[in-house]
Design a protein around this ligand. Structure first.
Ligand SMILES: *Cc1c(COP(=O)(O)O)cnc(C)c1O
Length: 396
């Protein structure tokens, strides 16, 4: 088989990907490129990773047939319950993998960037577990908006550093983290939280998250006798939960891959994070991909009610999947996502994260057949968004 959706040895997915880093980071990135696959393939590494996923994270996460949602859309809808993982989302799968890798590389110090704080919490959690120093960069504006997650990180012993430059949000926190890495390249590992960044990060994060589709395959077979769904649907910020949910189906063309991105107040409202529609080719945070930028290459600040989808770029694998037609993208507005949160809460008794709700909000645009098996990656739980929900409900 031709694995055309896997990266080349230098990290290219078609025209996207690569590693565009400043000279001072070259040695670190080159070291990772050289050893990551070899370390991930070590039986001892795999065993440790699997054990922690099972006993600490609580995997496998259930695959749940949502009956009311299925009836509504006239097909079989299964929810892959990443919301039930320790810390409340899929992000912990990646941070467990990367902390084990950092230990193999003898790094003493961990840095991370975070927007909504979910990746910061997942990183602070594994640093506490392994006894490593943890510094999380977060935009000053986000620190104010996401107070409960800042408190969680501090409880876990992490140092949260405010990024005061630019718009004081995720992209500025990422810039600060990269600056830190340049200054402390020797003893520091940078845990990137999505399937973005310079090679090997997109591939490494995708592989740590691929446990999601591996489990879907087995669980679906057990429930239906079929080892593949007809559709996999996932929301996309940088793209890590989608990458994990798609991975083992990428080259199985019977499986349709659907991405849901954030349209904010409307795709063309000027207040949006619909990267794949509005984005053009360029370099962001070390990789060639689709990003929202002005004619002279300045990043356009994205907007979404969900902080986890509020990123101006998209992973290079996703850019390639979209460009080649392998994946289809739909965009949901803030309002549509909110309606989807309320619907799932009332119909199924599950309060999803606002990010995840974008994947639920686009279902009525797809023409499902009665016996279609549809898997939705329920990337996280909505506890962190309760204030946003309550403000929204009380507006009516
Ligand atoms: C961070 C986050 C996302 C978006 O990140 P991806 O890398 O695109 O998966 C989606 N859902 C939840 C619950 C998140 O915390």
């Amino acid at each position: 088989m031709n694995y055309k959706y896997h990266p080349t040895s230098d990290g290219f997915y078609g025209e996207f990907g690569g590693a565009y880093v400043p000279e001072m980071l070259h040695a670190n990135v080159a070291e990772l490129q050289e050893v990551y696959q070899q370390i991930m393939d070590e039986p001892k590494f795999k065993q440790e990773f699997d054990e922690l996923l099972r006993d600490y994270v609580g995997r496998p996460s259930p695959l749940y047939l949502a009956k009311k949602l299925s009836a509504k859309h006239e097909c079989n809808i299964y929810l892959k319950r990443e919301d039930l993982n320790h810390t409340g989302a899929h992000k912990i799968n990646n941070t467990i993998g990367q902390i084990l890798l950092a230990k193999r590389l003898n790094k003493q110090r961990i840095i991370a960037e975070t927007g909504a704080g979910q990746h910061g919490v997942a990183t602070a959690t594994v640093c506490a577990l392994m006894g490593l120093e943890c510094i999380v960069y977060m935009g000053a504006v986000d620190i104010k908006r996401q107070a409960p997650n800042v408190a969680r990180m501090k409880m876990l012993g992490a140092k949260v550093v405010a990024a005061e430059s630019g718009s004081k949000t995720l992209k500025d926190a990422t810039n600060e983290a990269i600056r830190d890495w340049i200054n402390n390249a020797e003893d520091t590992h940078y845990i990137i939280g999505s399937a973005i960044g310079p090679h090997p990060y997109p591939d490494m994060v995708t592989k740590f998250q691929s446990v999601i589709s591996e489990e879907i395959k087995h669980q679906l077979k057990e429930k239906t006798g079929k080892d593949h769904p007809d559709y996999v649907v996932a929301c996309v910020g940088g793209g890590s939960n989608a990458a994990g949910a798609f991975y083992h189906f990428l080259h199985d063309e019977r499986v349709k891959l659907i991405l849901a991105e954030a349209a904010g107040l409307g795709i063309h409202s000027g207040q949006s994070a619909a990267t794949s529609i509005l984005g053009t080719k360029g370099i962001i945070h070390g990789c060639m991909t689709l990003l929202m930028q002005t004619g002279d290459g300045q990043i356009i600040e994205p907007y979404s009610i969900s902080a986890g989808l509020d990123y101006p770029g998209i992973g290079p694998m996703h850019a390639h999947l979209i460009k080649t037609g392998r994946a289809t993208v739909h965009a949901a507005t803030d309002d549509q996502a909110m309606q989807a949160v309320i619907a799932l809460s009332r119909d199924e008794g599950i309060i999803p994260a606002l990010e995840t709700a974008h994947a639920l909000a686009i279902l009525d645009r797809i023409d499902f057949k009665k016996d279609d098996d549809v898997v939705i990656c329920l990337s996280g739980r909505g506890d962190k968004d309760l204030n946003t929900f309550i403000d929204y409900i009380s507006k009516d």
